[in-house]
Design a protein around this ligand. Structure first.
Ligand code: RP5
Ligand code: MG
Ligand code: MG
Length: 279
């Protein structure tokens, strides 16, 4: 249940909706709970049928647990159940039904680029943490406009898009503001950035995200990949500029005490472990 806390945040984001309270021992669908009376909620932004959203169930029956045309409706966590035509969140009850702010019924696939470098002093020497005695990593973090929380600059995988492209595109849009530069210069940014993103990277996590937007019938899943600038002369030299759904962007020390959106801290912990860095 530790990975299903933000999915049960009392107040549903961007609304006045209060989730039906789900205690830890009633999260699992296998727990019989006749009193469960979740609130149905689909945000107006989703109801007005934007291109990124599914229609309502009834008029529409997608192929769940399958790649449905260009939309990947498979889950990284195995086959999910369908009840009365609606998919059930593999991590259990959330206190809200419908899609809330999410466009897809079932899994909503995202990608999270974790771009890191070592924290160094004026002489380019690694800085070690006074308590853990380990070198400190820094990662590119954005402040989300929707909730004001610091986060990895991730975003949704477009229908049919390769995850490797989503990682690079979302990083460029949110941390380098590529959408605001003329297309001629955009090519230059993507050239510099694609070098780092062409390296295989370290796949940190693949699975459900404990996102506050999750509902009983719609949830976030992600592939989080670490791209590390070991020498500090690749991305470290690019000027960061917040764009799209990012309000601010900066290099942030990787540290367990820094609060992050959803369960992004967990992804950074895995990066720190792998790099034997301070956490
Ligand atoms: C999180 O939401 C993912 O981990 C990813 O960082 C992000 C994708 O959604 P948007 O940034 O497009 O809202 O669950
Ligand atoms: Mg984005
Ligand atoms: Mg985003």
């Amino acid at each position: 249940a530790a990975s299903h806390l933000k999915s049960r945040c009392p107040q549903y984001p961007g609304s006045k909706i209060k989730r039906f309270l789900v205690p830890d021992d009633k999260v699992g669908w296998s727990q019989n709970w006749p009193q469960y009376n979740p609130v149905s909620h689909t945000d107006p932004s989703v109801e007005k049928k934007p291109v990124w959203a599914d229609p309502d169930i009834g008029s529409f029956s997608p192929k769940f647990n399958a790649v449905d045309g260009a939309v990947d409706r498979t889950s990284f966590e195995g086959s999910y159940k369908i009840e009365k035509g609606k998919p059930l969140n593999p991590h259990g009850r959330t206190g809200v039904t419908g899609r809330g702010l999410l466009g897809r019924w079932g899994p909503n696939h995202a990608a999270d680029p974790i771009v890191t470098r070592w924290k160094v002093d004026a002489k380019q020497a690694k800085i070690f943490h006074s308590v853990s005695k380990r070198p400190i990593l820094q990662f590119v973090s954005i402040k989300r406009k929707d909730c004001g929380e610091w986060a990895i600059p991730g975003g949704m995988v477009d229908p049919g898009e390769q995850v490797s492209l989503t990682l690079q595109r979302e990083f460029s849009e949110e941390a380098l503001n590529s959408l605001a530069v003329p297309s001629s210069e955009r090519a230059k940014i993507s050239e510099r950035i694609s070098k780092l993103f062409k390296s295989p990277g370290f796949q940190v996590y693949k699975g459900c995200v404990d996102d506050p937007r999750n509902t009983d019938n719609a949830w976030m899943e992600t592939v989080a990949v670490n791209f590390h600038d070991e020498s500090g002369n690749s991305v470290s030299e690019l000027p960061l500029q917040a764009g799209d759904d990012a309000g601010q962007v900066q290099w942030v020390d990787v540290d367990s005490s820094f609060p992050l959106y959803a369960n992004h801290s967990h992804f950074l912990e895995l990066v720190a472990k792998e790099k034997k860095a301070h956490w």
